[in-house]
Write a protein that binds this ligand. Structure first.
Ligand code: AQP
Length: 339
């Protein structure tokens, strides 16, 4: 008998255009999992609205991200590709889990602390931002996911999902699989190009801090040429040279090679040559993806068919878990004759 495949869930929130950090830390890592696992990859639009978005831009970006998923090598015939808000069970499960989460653990989340420290007044911090990790727990748990491939910044949220699942299981009997994060070593954390002590983020105000997956080649070359390095002038892989280390990590994550190999090939050569090389490695990786994504975006009906089919499958699976959750906490089953 064929063994049941383990389940993988992951997502990106369309809070900005997809960066090289999202691509290397998440998408590139997802591609190789498609044969071995049953994969659910979603575009987390409900997470994006935890901070203010321009509605028309958000809708456009969701399609762009779907096109990037496919152009990067996610195969909708193998994996379920869908939009989070098309599966209402995410929001419903999130409410039930909110009642199993506690304020203390949510207020300890690093991302919440980082994001709120940037917002000046308490009144502009949405309760959604505070509850974000519970929605993420719902995303993962309703698919009974075994693994969640993420960058290192999201590890804490996956651990919280596991804690919430464990708490629910012991309060109401075995309901959820306990998920683990799956982190790609070299791309665990791609750093900001202008300040390598911070991670590269799509919602950063400074466009020189990140490379976007859809940035044209000349923009990529310009941003890399301006990336902050140091005055040492030697290509070394060390924490004392975080800017250079970050550029080496980018090359390693793209080419699947070790940092020592990059260092060895730049012995006796300066930063200018090194940066030109880094830029070419990125351009070579992203150009085919950009071409395919732009082609896909010219025919929205195909993208529509893909996300509709994805939502149908995701709804079937997610509803099964949601029904279980509702029953366990004591909600009376609904008889919805109008549906
Ligand atoms: N710099 C990064 N290096 C490696 N992985 C990263 N990820 C994000 N930034 C890096 C990974 O991308 C996936 C999707 O992330 P997300 O969009 O759900 O949330 P995020 O981690 O908050 O991403 P951003 O780009 O920093 O968005 P904003 O600026 O809106 O908060 C996750 O697997 C994440 O680890």
């Amino acid at each position: 008998m064929e063994e049941k495949k383990k389940i993988v869930f992951s997502a990106i929130k369309p809070s900005g255009d997809i960066t090289l950090g999202n691509y290397l830390g998440a998408i590139k890592n997802w591609i190789g999992l498609q044969d071995e696992y049953e994969c659910y990859y979603c575009i987390a639009d409900l997470h994006a609205i935890t901070v203010k978005q321009v509605p028309a831009q958000l809708r456009k970006r969701v399609l762009e991200i779907l096109a990037i998923y496919i152009a990067s090598g996610l195969d909708y015939r193998k994996s379920t590709l869908f939009v989070q808000s098309h599966v209402p069970a995410h929001s419903e499960a999130s409410w039930i889990l909110t009642c199993s989460a506690n304020m203390g653990e949510l207020s300890r989340m690093t991302q919440y602390k980082d994001k709120t420290s940037k917002l000046k007044e308490n009144s502009s911090i949405s309760a959604g931002l505070f509850n974000y990790p519970v929605l993420m727990a719902a995303d993962i748990l309703i698919y009974q996911a075994d693994f969640v491939p993420v960058g290192v910044d999201q590890k804490q949220h996956v651990e919280l999902s596991r804690d919430i699942a464990q708490r629910f299981n012991s309060a109401y009997s075995e309901t959820f699989v306990l998920p683990d994060s799956k982190i790609s070593e070299s791309a665990a954390k791609i750093m900001d190009l202008t300040d390598p002590s911070k991670k590269m983020s799509k919602s950063d105000d400074n466009e020189n801090s990140y490379i976007l997956v859809l940035d044209p080649p000349d923009v990529i070359r310009r941003k890399i040429s301006r990336a902050v390095t140091d005055s040492v002038g030697v290509v070394n892989y060390t924490d004392d040279q975080p800017g250079v280390k970050n550029l080496i990590n980018i090359v390693c994550a793209i080419k699947g090679i070790r940092p020592e190999e990059v260092v060895a090939s730049f012995e006796g050569r300066g930063y200018k040559e090194f940066k030109e090389y880094v830029a070419e490695v990125i351009v070579e990786e992203l150009e085919p993806i950009q071409k395919k994504a732009n082609e896909l975006l010219t025919d929205k009906t195909q993208l529509e068919e893909i996300y509709t089919e994805g939502a149908m499958k995701a709804n079937r699976i997610a509803l099964k878990t949601l029904r279980k959750m509702q029953k366990k906490v004591g909600l009376l089953p609904a008889v919805l004759k109008y549906l």
